[in-house]
Design a protein around this ligand. Structure first.
Ligand SMILES: [Zn+2]
Length: 113
């Protein structure tokens, strides 16, 4: 195949969290990234969710410039804040590992004579 297979489209709309199976809504952020918010509106949340004319769920965070809910938006809680199965911790990056760890897996001696 001359081209790599296209990535599957980002999920959008009501779904369940793949980690904790809670009901969530997949939304598109202003940066075109997928983000999960809790399915039930929550006045304590900071994510304004609305649907555009094509039915896509869009989300934006409350900001100092636009601190209130506008139009058809509803406040939701970002699901990362309520997920009961937290995302796995990222492993240490090489810059944060000790010199011994960084050298691990590297041939300790010259292999070309
Ligand atoms: Zn979850």
């Amino acid at each position: 195949m001359p081209y790599p297979p296209p990535r599957p489209p980002a999920p959008n709309g009501p779904d369940v969290c793949p980690s904790c199976l809670a009901e969530v809504i997949w939304c598109v952020t202003v940066n075109q990234r997928a983000q999960m918010v809790d399915a039930k509106p929550d006045p304590k949340g900071n994510s304004c969710v609305r649907r555009d004319h094509t039915g896509r769920y869009l989300v934006r965070q409350l900001t100092k410039e636009r601190p209130t809910v506008e139009g058809a938006e509803a406040l939701h809680m970002p699901h990362v804040a309520t997920c009961t199965v937290p995302a796995p911790r990222r492993t240490a990056t090489p810059t944060r590992m000790s010199a011994a760890r960084v050298r691990q897996g590297v041939r300790p001696t010259r292999w070309q004579r």
